[in-house]
Design a protein around this ligand. Structure first.
Ligand SMILES: C[S@@+](CC[C@H](N)C(=O)[O-])C[C@H]1O[C@@H](n2cnc3c(N)ncnc32)[C@H](O)[C@@H]1O
Length: 229
């Protein structure tokens, strides 16, 4: 990328951060500016806090855009139109939910994250919940639960879906095994293997079809898991 283009993008990121100064702490702001200075778009596209900002500014090419790719994968497996979808851990900028909302002519998308920007305005079919999602969060009005690397939100999403026999699709991440409850896992691998066998067992037992696993190594070392009825 030409130096001039890099400078234009950098100053747009700066302006974005000024407008959103209440959404990020000073370490995050410094981190975002460091990434923006480097301007390595492959790396930025893989890093959750900054990729949301770059997506908002329209600087992530389609082939590197995980929000776009995941929207297509969910659409292929479950169909987006007419579905009542609940996303767990949408981030500060709910980039995935925005793409889903644009694709839906009917149905709705509701997104949970205590970090959702106050600048974001929801709507009748684009519902913002600035709170944690729990195992017992009511989901009667939901057809499909989704999460894109929701860190410690992975477990409540999966448990809630299994408990209420709701369809689900989640792109796992290294954040899953963190937190007090998970500290007894020795490694990410141990957590991942244990999660896969536990979820596979419950999907079968609850007659939710079969557990499917997809891998997209160019985007992440962690798989997408979902139930197929
Ligand atoms: C790694 S970020 C991913 C954000 C976004 N999905 C993305 O890929 O750009 C994880 C997000 O999950 C949120 N989160 C973690 N646990 C959650 C829970 N139980 N309910 C809702 N959000 C949660 C965090 O606040 C954080 O914003």
């Amino acid at each position: 990328m030409a130096t001039k283009d890099k400078m234009v993008i950098y100053s747009k990121v700066q302006r974005f951060l000024e407008k959103h100064k209440d959404d990020y702490d000073r370490f995050e702001i410094q981190g975002v500016l460091d990434y923006a200075k480097e301007s390595n778009i492959e790396l930025i596209a893989k890093t959750d806090l900054i990729r949301g900002i770059y997506d908002e500014l329209g600087y992530i090419p389609d082939d590197l855009n995980i929000y776009k790719i995941f929207t297509e994968i969910i659409d292929d497996q479950f169909g987006l139109n007419g579905k009542r979808i609940c996303e767990v851990g949408g981030g500060v900028i709910p980039s995935l939910a925005k793409k889903i909302h644009l694709k839906q002519k009917k149905g709705n998308i509701m997104v949970y994250d205590p970090r959702l920007s106050q600048k974001e305005r929801g709507g009748r079919r684009f519902l913002l919940k600035r709170e944690f999602f729990h195992k017992h969060t009511p989901v009667e009005e939901v057809d499909l639960l989704i999460g894109l690397m929701p860190c410690e939100g992975s477990d409540p999403l999966i448990e809630n879906a299994l408990c209420h026999q709701k369809d689900f699709m989640i792109w796992l991440c290294e954040g899953g095994p963190h937190g007090d409850y998970f500290d007894f896992y020795e490694s990410d691998d141990e957590w991942l293997n244990s999660t896969l066998s536990r979820v596979e067992y419950s999907v079968n037992k609850n007659q939710m079809g079969k557990l499917k696993v997809l891998n997209y190594p160019t985007f992440s070392d962690y798989p997408i898991i979902y139930n197929e009825r």
